[in-house]
Write a protein that binds this ligand. Structure first.
Ligand code: C2E
Ligand code: CA
Ligand code: CA
Ligand code: CA
Length: 279
């Protein structure tokens, strides 16, 4: 039994070493990706279906890997969070998104807004509010044109801290959205205390609208909730005209999804803006 124990122990350490090696490799790769400027932002249009025009966009990171090609964020954001590299990466995302938006605004679309994903780890780090304040001051971007997407998991992790953070961010004048709303168990009592401006209905609910009466009911309820609390509401993952019709019928006019446009690089997004202006 003793022998077996030791073998087991050796087996596990070998496996753990391998895991550790793998993680160190990825951490090193992420670090050099930053240095080599291999990250890029793609932009997905957000549409107001009443006028049919683009009112903003969500910035979504990709890793342009020299060998692997375009790497999706699901494959590296988690590790970036665990290793803490999400801090420099997140700072890069914020800065790049703000500078890009300014360029488009100066091109004649002053009202455009950009939504940026902020991870819980970033928000929890000391100095986050300061970083955002400095970025706004330095770029001159109108604060209301920057929307920070927070996750319910961050908000529920430490409710009092989250409330304090949101208050400080609201004092800067930025917009706050709850991403993936409906999936993170935030209670209505909390929602009342959160200084949010926008609820983003999670795409899993939108996806099955037509086939799942429960999802349809949840979506309709979130839209009504937003209206009652005087919050904006935006549906994401909108792929079909049927979904558009349902959402419109229930009073949601802001949408994002493949039906309107996939996330694309800055040059391609600029073409979308030009076509939008010509409407
Ligand atoms: P998310 O914030 O919920 O972003 C929406 C995701 O849904 C994006 O995936 C987008 O490409 C995808 N999507 C948009 N419309 C549709 C649609 O109609 N159908 C379907 N099936 N999918 C659609 P993406 O770009 O792969 O990003 C995945 C997640 O990675 C994001 O989910 C977000 O949580 C995270 N992420 C992306 N960029 C950043 C970033 O800059 N910072 C942080 N912290 N997280 C990021
Ligand atoms: Ca998001
Ligand atoms: Ca989302
Ligand atoms: Ca999501």
């Amino acid at each position: 039994a003793k022998e077996l124990g030791r073998n087991n122990y050796q087996f596990f350490t070998a496996a753990m070493n391998e895991q550790l090696g793998e993680r160190l490799r990825i951490e090193g790769a992420l670090r050099s990706a930053l240095e080599r400027r291999e990250f890029v932002l793609h932009y997905q249009p957000q549409i107001d279906v009443l006028g049919g025009r683009i009112f903003g966009m969500e910035a979504l990171i990709r890793w342009q890997h020299p060998e692997l090609g375009m790497v999706a964020p699901s494959r590296f954001i988690g590790l970036a969070e665990e290793t803490g590299l999400i801090l420099p990466i997140g700072a890069w995302v914020l800065r790049t998104a703000c500078l890009q938006l300014l360029e488009w605004q100066r091109g004649g679309r002053a009202g455009l807004r950009i939504a940026v994903n902020v991870s819980a780890r970033q928000l929890a780090a000391p100095g986050f509010v300061q970083t955002v304040a400095e970025l706004l001051a330095e770029t001159g971007l109108a604060p209301r044109c920057l929307e920070l997407e927070l996750t319910e998991s961050f908000l529920m992790q430490d409710v009092e801290h989250a409330i304090g953070m949101m208050h400080q961010l609201k004092q800067l004048g930025v917009q706050l959205a709850i991403d993936d709303f409906g999936t993170g168990y935030s209670s209505l009592a909390h929602l009342k205390r959160f200084e949010v401006d926008v609820l983003k209905i999670d795409q899993t609910f939108v996806r099955d609208l037509a086939v799942d009466p429960d999802d349809a009911a949840i979506v309709a309820t979130i839209i009504a909730l937003a209206a009652n609390l005087k919050l904006e509401v935006i549906s994401e993952g909108v792929e079909t005209q049927d979904q558009v019709d349902f959402l419109r019928r229930h009073g949601c006019r802001q949408m994002q999804g493949y039906h309107f446009g996939r996330p694309v690089d800055a040059a391609a997004f600029e073409q979308l803006l030009l076509a939008d202006e010509a409407r």
